[in-house]
Ligand binder design. Sequence first.
Ligand SMILES: Cc1cc2nc3c(=O)[nH]c(=O)nc-3n(C[C@H](O)[C@H](O)[C@H](O)COP(=O)(O)OP(=O)(O)OC[C@H]3O[C@@H](n4cnc5c(N)ncnc54)[C@H](O)[C@@H]3O)c2cc1C
Length: 418
Amino acid sequence: MSTDAASIQGQTSYVIIGGGLTAARAVEGIRESDADGRITVIAAEQHLPYERPPLSKGVMLGKDEEDVVFPHDRAWYDEQHVDLRLGTTATAIDTAAHTVTLSDGESLPWSRLLLATGSSVRTLEVDGADLQDIFYLRTLDDCEALKARLVAGSDVVIVGAGWIGLEVAAAAREHGCEVTVVEPQDAPLQGVVGPEVGGWFADLHRSHGVEFRFGEGVERFTGNADHKVDGVVTSAGDTIRADTVVVGVGIRPTTELAEAAGLTVDNGVVTDAALRTSVPDIYAAGDVANWRSETLGTNLRVEHWANANDGGTAAGKSMAGQDVTYDPIPFFFSDQYDAGLEYSGYVPRGLKAEVVLRGDPKSNEFMAFWLDGDRVLAGMHVNVWDTVPAIEQLVRDKTPVDRTKLADPDVPLSDVRS
Ligand SMILES: Cc1cc2nc3c(=O)[nH]c(=O)nc-3n(C[C@H](O)[C@H](O)[C@H](O)COP(=O)(O)OP(=O)(O)OC[C@H]3O[C@@H](n4cnc5c(N)ncnc54)[C@H](O)[C@@H]3O)c2cc1C
């Protein structure tokens, strides 16, 4: 079927594959300039499209109701005339015929298609991995199941000291659990923030009673007669008692559909700055997209909320014919105990960036900058609010900065250029 055949009475048929924030925002982006186009959202989960950050924070803590995760309720989708296919998986894309096959066997025509398939968790394939009470945290259902296990006094072992592992550690401590984090590297988040700032995260968690086992991996899980996990055997040969295990060892972009359809895939679905893939009329955004950043002069794949939020909207606009250049500075946030942090910028993997601290980390109010030479690649604040625009400006400007001024909290960030 041609693009024209997929248009009914002159309407464009948009099909969005995915049920995360990217999908929700893409609907908004389309409707900005196309009030009449047919929009179908195909979402594998049974839930309305939702955002995930609260799953390891407010919802996990029991402070927020589950419905905070939904950017829109069902009535909104009805008002926008969106055909929501929840609990339905897209199983194949025919790029020549402009159709997508669904898990219920239906074949849907499209004139513009968005891949918003997000990420899938990496799993730990060791002995005992199939025992009960070993959790991953990606979905609302995962969150509800895990939350029920965070009972005061129980032993929770977290595998991986990345963002998910640390946020779950904080939530589990707030529920009164005994928490041990097993991490093969020497500090939390070492690949993202380096050992110095990673050490600050370790101290934050230790001060709340978390125990770390750095430099140790997981050899296997042990279980009891009921096939429930009861221990984690580490590479040091120790067994840590566990009532519940949470594995947070990273995610990978969900690219199977795109690969099978012949799209260019290289660490995600490759797109240009308008979020167009290598196949005409197919777009990608959010976690799954590896998009062209014009400011940074490289392709980027970002596994964070802001990229789903803004990238979804940008993709919707682009699909509806607006002239889009998606060019944000990558941004993410995290909340752990009473530490709120925001990070902006991009440090290429493997680059040994110099870290400049501004303020005293022990005060839990400080900033950190990552420099290549005298250029700021990225900056993060902990509880120093309203600094993101200034950090982003430094990253965008690419102008040399004076380290002494940058490190001095009394010098405004607008005056740190050398
Ligand atoms: C617990 C948790 C906490 C987080 N906290 C933060 C945070 O504090 N700050 C931050 O910046 N980021 C955070 N993130 C990351 C952020 O949530 C992601 O970047 C964001 O969810 C990406 O949105 P997305 O729509 O691109 O993909 P996803 O949210 O992964 O959604 C993709 C959806 O598509 C569906 N799907 C996949 N394939 C198909 C198919 N073939 N057919 C139909 N449906 C399909 C999936 O089932 C899924 O529901 C967190 C993530 C998690 C899991």
